[in-house]
Design a protein around this ligand. Structure first.
Ligand SMILES: Nc1nc2c(c(=O)[nH]1)N[C@H]1C(S)=C(S)[C@@H](COP(=O)(O)OP(=O)(O)OC[C@H]3O[C@@H](n4cnc5c(=O)[nH]c(N)nc54)[C@H](O)[C@@H]3O)O[C@H]1N2
Ligand SMILES: Nc1nc2c(c(=O)[nH]1)N[C@H]1C(S)=C(S)[C@@H](COP(=O)(O)OP(=O)(O)OC[C@H]3O[C@@H](n4cnc5c(=O)[nH]c(N)nc54)[C@H](O)[C@@H]3O)O[C@H]1N2
Ligand SMILES: [Mo]
Length: 749
């Protein structure tokens, strides 16, 4: 049998089509658009290309509107080697940025970013990026308050079967959405979140501006950006009613007195009561008090979707949610307490043993320097300036060369107009991608990669019981090469080929990784077949994989014997180190702070923009495929508006609408639904950014929300992405529809 796999699922290859793998009862719709996207000749990069203006020495000025000259692989590899040497010699490796954030392939070997880092580490290293767009705020605050990295926290999440069996009430901030549960980083053989939701015995409350974030639940339609106020009010009401758990707070937390004084108002004269929170959250005080009473009376799981912390002061949504669970005292019990990201991807809470599968060794990066991942535009704009990050002061490097492989910053970063201006500053930009994404169209040297459908690889995800041999579906298009081969050719130019390849070709690497995987499996009681048998079978499954976990279980059972790795050994409700840093935007305990932009102080008629993950694709991947294109309205990404909101603006379903603010503008197609608040508009991420000047205004023609989002760190603690914090004006587009050019290659010579 032949198989392949992606972040959205695993597939059997049947002729020239894909069928969902056996055992996947709820395959993702994203897969339906995969092959057509990969085979979309118009948008594929077919040959290496150099930007005309770069060849002419324009210094990067025309980086968003230039023609390209197609060249041979030899010429392209030479150009890359030459640029690396030139920049290293003149400025050192600290002037090379290869953070290269992005999801690329689910295959273990052809993982673009790992390959790139392995190569660059052999030629002196590069500046990299830290944390993720997904959950940077959590990645930085969780170690301080729980003593766990985000990865460890995710690994330890209380398992779904325990939530299904024991929780009587699930309060889901941001919902638990089958939309996002389509995805598992590094691949998945099943999609089971829908099943777990069906098996819940609990009453479920969806706290979200969108009803669809959790179907069949009571919908508490909260004003975006105000969840922390609601969490604090719930904690206040529980405490004020004397229903908090003093024994748990004393035994398992530190700093309760300071946090309590903040809740009660003793610290600042403002009790964080239901009456206080109601006008902020737009939820009646009586409803908040009733929910607080229910939470203290029932076995309750509080869960926070990742999206809540992808916002200004995102750290607080995680910390306040955890603090609320601590006040209830139900942490460390089966099925209750605090969860982070159930449904944000499919494996969160999966009751499966973890297997530490091997990966491509990246070596050591001689350049220690990094930026928080979402500070890319700041870095390019402000070399040498200092900024705060995780209780330290850092300095932005002076970057002369940028190399991106397997990510699409001109989809994923906020305020793309600002990034576009900053992007003209480096001397050289190199992009490795299989498609003419907006990022590839802003590179000087474009290196065409194959897609995962054009090569062999292995899917092995530490959280998935299946191992899938990925076979090619079709031959490489044009002159595309896999990322390893591209880098091998450049390594040969730079005298490090042997060190880069380790003496193996791609198949040699797959055999090598598989041998290491067999050793891991043997430790876990499964004998895996040899590589040839695995390739022929296409799929093997680990045995005895069931394993259920209780987050904080050991700690709560005996906090003295199993203390947390925090400053107090306990969950910190007041954190001395954070407090001592004196950060105005991240004080020493969970705190309500109004976001930089919100409906609380917006002009009348303005709407909050929710820009979550798209249902029909993974980020910008497969946007050119049939599934994504079928969902477009008026040829653009569809945005959701409440019918009343649309009517007030003279907008009908199917109309073209302009979503704008002082940062930029984007054109979307209107879809009407009463499953969204009247003061919100939802436009998913990932349409291929396609800005043009229309009547003197710069407008993205494709419907990418990052034309208008806010590019600001969550706080000076984590500096994460604040993508969900944005206020916009929405109006009907009255003029002729400007033709969208997405998916066309740039002019090629
Ligand atoms: N407004 C807003 N913005 C957001 C978010 C949000 O909620 N709101 N979410 C953020 C989040 S959580 C994330 S994770 C990011 C995602 O941002 P990205 O990870 O950058 O998005 P992808 O579209 O997955 O980009 C992957 C790129 O890799 C390329 N690629 C695929 N396979 C290969 C390969 O084998 N080799 C090479 N060289 N390239 C390959 C694809 O063509 C694509 O261009 O977006 C962030 N942006
Ligand atoms: N289909 C699909 N699934 C995906 C992805 C994809 O591209 N496509 N990407 C994957 C990736 S990389 C990641 S990181 C995860 C992200 O997973 P999440 O971060 O959980 O997903 P989002 O869609 O950003 O946000 C979830 C929901 O939060 C709600 N929300 C927004 N702002 C607020 C707020 O202020 N308060 C409350 N209570 N709710 C709010 C929105 O209604 C939104 O639907 O998704 C993964 N799953
Ligand atoms: Mo993400």
């Amino acid at each position: 049998m032949r198989y392949t796999a992606a972040h959205w699922g695993s597939y059997r290859i049947e002729g020239d089509a894909l069928a969902p793998v056996e055992g996947d009862t709820a395959p993702s719709r994203i897969g339906r658009g995969w092959v057509s996207a990969a085979r979309d000749r118009a948008s594929r990069v077919l040959r290496p290309a150099l930007r005309q203006g770069w060849l002419d020495g324009d210094g990067g000025a025309a980086r968003n509107k230039d023609a390209y000259v197609e060249v041979s692989w030899d010429r392209a590899a030479e150009a890359v080697a030459h640029e690396l040497d030139r920049v290293r010699a003149a400025h050192g490796n600290g002037a090379i940025f290869a953070g290269s954030y992005g999801w690329a392939s689910a295959g273990r070997f052809h993982h673009a970013q790992s390959q790139l880092r392995r190569f660059l580490n052999l030629v002196g290293g590069a500046v990299t990026s830290r944390d993720t767009y997904s959950h940077a705020a959590a990645e930085v605050i969780l170690p301080h308050v729980t003593g766990m990295t985000n990865r460890a926290f995710q690994d330890g999440m209380t398992s779904w079967p325990l939530v299904a069996r024991h929780a009587e009430l699930v309060v889901a901030f941001g919902g638990i959405s089958p939309r996002t549960a389509q995805i598992a980083s590094s691949g998945t053989s099943t999609h089971e979140v829908g099943d777990w939701l069906d098996r819940l015995t609990a009453r479920v409350v969806n706290v979200s501006p969108r009803r669809t974030d959790l179907q069949g639940a009571e919908w508490l339609s909260i004003r975006p950006g105000t969840d922390v106020a609601l969490m604090l009010a719930l904690a206040h009401e529980v405490w004020a009613a004397g229903r908090h758990d003093p024994a748990f707070l004393a035994r398992c937390t530190s700093g309760w007195p300071a946090f309590r004084d903040y809740l009660s108002g003793a610290a600042d004269g403002e009790p964080k009561s239901a009456d206080w929170a109601a006008p902020l959250c737009d939820i009646p005080a009586g409803r908040i008090r009733a929910l607080a009473a229910e939470m203290s009376a029932r076995r309750t799981m509080i869960t926070v979707a990742w999206g809540l912390q992808r916002a200004d002061h995102g750290e607080q949504a995680v910390w306040a949610g955890l603090a609320l669970a601590a006040v209830l005292g139900q942490i460390g019990q089966p099925g209750t307490g605090f969860g982070f990201g159930y449904g944000s991807t499919t494996p969160v809470g999966r009751p499966a043993r973890l297997h530490p599968w091997p990966s491509v060794p990246q070596g050591r990066n001689p350049v220690g320097d990094f930026i928080p991942v979402a500070r890319i535009a700041d870095m390019l704009e402000r070399p040498g300036e200092s900024y705060d990050y995780d209780l330290a002061t850092c300095t932005y490097p002076d970057i002369r060369l940028v190399w991106w492989a397997g990510g699409n910053p001109f989809h994923h970063h906020q305020d793309l107009g600002r990034l576009e201006a900053a992007w003209t500053r480096p001397e050289t930009v190199i992009v490795t991608d299989h498609s003419w994404t907006a990022t590839a169209r802003r590179a000087d040297i474009v290196l065409p990669a194959t897609t995962p459908l054009e090569r062999s690889d292995i899917m092995m995800n530490r959280r998935d019981p299946a191992l899938i041999h990925m076979s090619p579906l079709f031959a490489p298009m044009g002159e595309a090469l896999d990322d390893h081969e591209i880098l091998r050719r450049i390594a040969a130019q730079m005298g490090v080929e042997e060190a880069f390849t380790g003496g193996r070709d791609a198949e040699g690497w797959l055999r090598h990784l598989w041998d290491d995987a067999r050793a891991v499996a043997a430790d876990h009681g499964t004998d895996l077949p040899g590589y040839d048998a695995f390739r022929d079978a296409g799929r093997v499954d680990m045995r005895n994989v069931e394993e259920t976990r209780i987050q904080f279980g050991d700690f709560v059972a005996d906090p003295d014997c199993a203390p947390l790795a925090t400053e107090s050994g306990r969950i910190t409700l007041f954190n001395e180190a954070i407090a001592a840093a004196g950060l105005l935007d991240c004080p020493g305990h969970p705190t309500w702070m109004a976001p930089a932009e919100s409906l609380l102080d917006a002009a009348p008629g303005a709407l909050h923009l929710i820009s979550g993950q798209p249902d029909t694709r993974l980020h910008s991947q497969n946007d050119r495929g049939t599934e994504s294109r079928a969902g477009k309205v008026a040829g653009r990404e569809a945005c959701d508006l409440h019918p009343d909101t649309a009517a007030e603006r003279g907008i009908a379903a199917g109309d073209l609408v302009l979503i704008r603010n002082e940062r930029g503008a984007t054109l979307a197609g209107a879809r009407l639904t009463d499953a969204i608040r009247r003061d919100c508009v939802s436009l998913p991420t990932g349409a291929w950014y396609d800005p043009a000047t229309v009547d003197g205004r710069r407008i993205d023609l494709a419907g990418n929300p990052n034309a208008v989002t806010l590019d600001k760190g969550t706080s000076s603690l984590a500096q994460g992405s604040s993508a969900h914090t944005a206020i916009v004006i929405v109006e009907r587009w009255a003029g002729d529809p400007p033709p969208a050019t997405t998916g066309c290659p740039p002019p090629l010579r």
